[in-house]
Design a protein around this ligand. Structure first.
Ligand code: HEM
Length: 219
């Protein structure tokens, strides 16, 4: 089923559901007594969920022996960026109303804002270079190295969340555990692969002949 040409359609529809739900509530004037806060929290929650799902695709395709899952990684990663952009714009345009004085004040007063910005900015080069043209331009090895930035996104997103909650740290801890496990999986998988690959082949790969697996993606 994953190989069918229409297989991405349900992923598109599911990924758009939260945005449609938000638009529906906005249309019905049903965004609670504090709409800006509601939108900020809603988009923040969906950004971190999509970041975690993006990070989970590679481990899942290996553990479940479903190599075709790879073709959804770019799509899911771009949806993480989409919700991240909505989240950032809610703060920048609706909350701060483009007021540079207020914005700079927020950076100084609230360290979680700086960490959020780091998480968001680390997604920018991934989104820009997610096309096949950019893979060709950068070369597989360099492209893969650049796309390791998604780990920075995951870690910064968890710290952002952890720093902003006031008392109940259960959710930031849950996301922290998930991101930690997904990173650990990659470290273990990479060290096992290194042990299996003979040194001359590794040197040849370091020379830049490795191609990213599957299509362009935020990894
Ligand atoms: C990858 C990037 C980001 C992720 C994953 C993320 C995630 C989150 C999450 C999960 C929440 C809490 C939602 C809840 O409590 O239900 C949140 C809240 C928030 N985020 Fe982000 N965020 C990101 C980037 C940013 C950026 C760039 C800014 C602004 C510069 C920002 C500003 C805020 C603010 C103002 C809140 C609400 C804080 C409060 O309740 O006092 N975030 N974010």
């Amino acid at each position: 089923m994953l190989r069918k040409p229409w297989a991405k359609v349900p992923v598109w529809l599911l990924s758009l559901l939260p945005a449609c739900w938000l638009a529906w509530r906005a249309w019905n004037n049903d965004l609670t007594a504090n709409p800006i806060e509601y939108i900020t929290h809603f988009t923040g929650d969906w950004t971190i969920r999509f970041v975690v799902i993006t990070l989970a695709i590679t481990p899942l395709r290996k553990l479940l022996k479903l190599p075709d899952l790879i073709k959804f990684r770019r799509l899911v990663g771009l949806f993480a960026f989409f919700y991240g952009t909505l989240h950032f714009l809610t703060w920048f345009a609706l909350d701060k109303f483009f007021d540079t004085h207020e914005i700079l004040g927020d950076f100084v007063k609230r360290r979680f804002i700086t960490m959020g910005l780091l998480a968001f900015l680390s997604m920018l080069p991934l989104a820009v270079t997610s096309t096949t043209g950019w893979i060709r331009r950068l070369g597989g090895k360099r492209w893969q190295r650049l796309h390791k930035l998604i780990y920075v996104t995951g870690i910064a997103a968890v710290i952002h969340y952890y720093w902003l909650v006031k008392s109940d740290i259960r959710l930031p801890l849950l996301y922290g555990t998930l991101v930690g496990l997904l990173l650990l999986y990659r470290i273990v998988a990479a060290s096992l692969a290194r042990k299996k690959t003979p040194a001359p082949k590794r040197a040849a790969q370091a020379g830049g002949d490795a191609r990213p697996q599957g299509s362009a993606s935020i990894r």
